[in-house]
Design a protein around this ligand. Structure first.
Ligand code: RFL
Ligand code: PHB
Length: 408
């Protein structure tokens, strides 16, 4: 098999890259180790920055997002039983974010790719990238029980943190910057209307909690009498800071709701609505950057090159920034023959990546309680929150970073 750009991984990075290349008249083949249902159901991110929304629209993948997604103009910070709203458009000259799940972004991009894009092979596991430092890089992969080779002009590792792409960079050239955290997130999906119309980031002595949501799903009622009446079902997405080694089964549904209630408590009588929990999982927290993001004809994009803790809602948006930069560079090379943008790829992406690393780290440190935190640390974190609530400059810094850094 032969193609211009071999893409490993059909997460948001790989799928969007394939779409952007298709629009630019460059062919690609996507290899994805899991099956389609798995990729379409894996629960992850929920917040799209303004820039991500614009890119999806321009790529022709924004139609359902614009119909079903929820535009959010702010978030609430909750601490010391008080609430402070951060107003994004007022602080950033009109920017906002969109609540639209990563699962839905992937479904939309897969549908587009199957209709008009190049080959997208599910259950095709890349085994190794070979010859990245030469003219003819190859991906060795296994599909339908057979080993095969994809010959390419370029290979892009969009294969997430555990992928094989990064392993093709010689150890002597790799630099890794990493931090792990002594806590994790226990995340749930629940069939209940969100108790607030915007996201709530809560700091509490017992740990962080986050109230988020998914856009409502419209279903048709199964009963005969109201057979044609559509019913809106609401979905809440909530997270609790838990110790790093927690297993989701350790928490009963009732314990989860009780703990959420404690951490979200306000002085003004705000109430948390409970409902059936449909999904429960634990996400570890990590900061990680691999430099450089390019080796010869191999490029890394998205989680394959960098990880942020989810507190800043940046992972998916960074993946989008990488592939936009790469697609532009490949199109530029095709049109002009000049590799200048490809040569600049790693440095261009890393500037944005480090800003997101910084912001995600700061948001995490601001809102979580480390197990070894001293009373002094706790007071400092409160003082930082007070500062954001009292100073337009401090609040603007948060709003600018949350709604997203511009693409270069
Ligand atoms: P993905 O999504 O991990 O996709 C990689 C794909 O590669 C496949 N793969 C292989 N395929 C072939 N051969 C191999 N050898 C392969 N090895 C792996 C995998 O099966 C997979 O399909 O990486 P990508 O595309 O870079 O996308 C990154 C995002 O998924 C990630 O950054 C975000 O989900 C992070 N994140 C959030 N980001 C946001 O921007 N906003 C959020 O609100 C947000 N919330 C979150 C999050 C991540 C979370 N978890 C579970 C880590 C909330 C959570 C709880
Ligand atoms: C989510 O809705 O899954 C979500 C929202 C905001 C975050 C992280 C995750 O910071």
């Amino acid at each position: 098999m032969r193609t211009t750009v071999g893409i490993i991984g059909a997460g948001p990075a790989g799928l969007l890259l394939a779409r952007l290349l298709h629009t630019a008249g460059i062919d690609s083949v996507v290899l994805e180790s899991r099956d389609r249902a798995y990729v379409e159901q894996r629960q992850r991110a929920g917040i799209l920055e303004q820039g991500t929304v614009d890119v999806l629209r321009a790529a022709g993948a924004g139609e359902r997002m614009d119909r079903e997604g929820l535009r959010h103009d702010g978030i609430e910070l909750r601490f010391a039983k008080r609430r402070h709203r951060v107003d994004f458009p007022a602080l950033t000259g009109g920017r906002s974010v969109m609540v639209y799940a990563q699962t839905e972004v992937c479904k939309d991009l897969i549908a587009l790719q199957s209709k008009e894009g190049g080959p997208l092979l599910f259950e095709a596991e890349a085994l190794a990238v070979e010859g990245a430092d030469g003219d003819r890089p190859r991906v060795r992969f296994r599909h339908e029980g057979r080993e095969d080779v994809l010959e390419c002009d370029y290979v892009v590792g969009c294969d997430g943190f555990w992928g094989v792409g990064r392993k093709a960079v010689p150890v002597s050239l790799s630099r890794v910057f990493e931090r792990t955290y002594p806590y994790a997130w226990l995340g749930i999906l629940a069939d209940v209307a969100p108790s607030h119309d915007e996201l709530v980031y809560a700091r509490h002595d017992r740990g962080f909690a986050l109230l988020s949501m998914r856009p409502p799903v419209t279903r048709h009622h199964p009963s005969e009498e109201v057979a044609s009446l559509p019913v809106e079902s609401f979905v809440s997405r909530l997270y609790l800071q838990v110790p790093a080694d927690t297993r989701a089964e350790e928490w009963s549904d009732e314990d989860i709701w009780d703990e959420l209630e404690r951490r979200f408590e306000t002085a003004d009588g705000w109430r948390l609505e409970r409902g059936p929990i449909t999904q429960k999982s634990v996400t570890p927290m990590r900061s990680y950057v691999h430099e450089p993001m390019r080796y010869g004809r191999l490029f890394l994009a998205g989680d394959a090159a960098h990880i942020v803790p989810p507190t800043g809602a940046k992972g998916l948006n960074l993946a989008v920034g990488d592939v936009v930069t790469l697609a532009r560079a490949l199109a530029h090379e095709k049109e002009t023959g000049s590799p200048e943008l490809l040569d600049a790829y790693s440095a261009t992406c890393l500037r944005r990546v480090w800003q997101a690393e910084r912001f995600s780290y700061d948001m995490t440190a601001l809102l979580h309680r480390a197990p070894d935190a001293t009373p002094f640390d706790d007071r400092l974190r409160l003082a930082r929150l007070e500062r954001i609530a009292a100073s337009r400059a401090a609040e603007t810094d948060l709003a600018e970073a949350y709604t997203g850094f511009p693409f270069e």
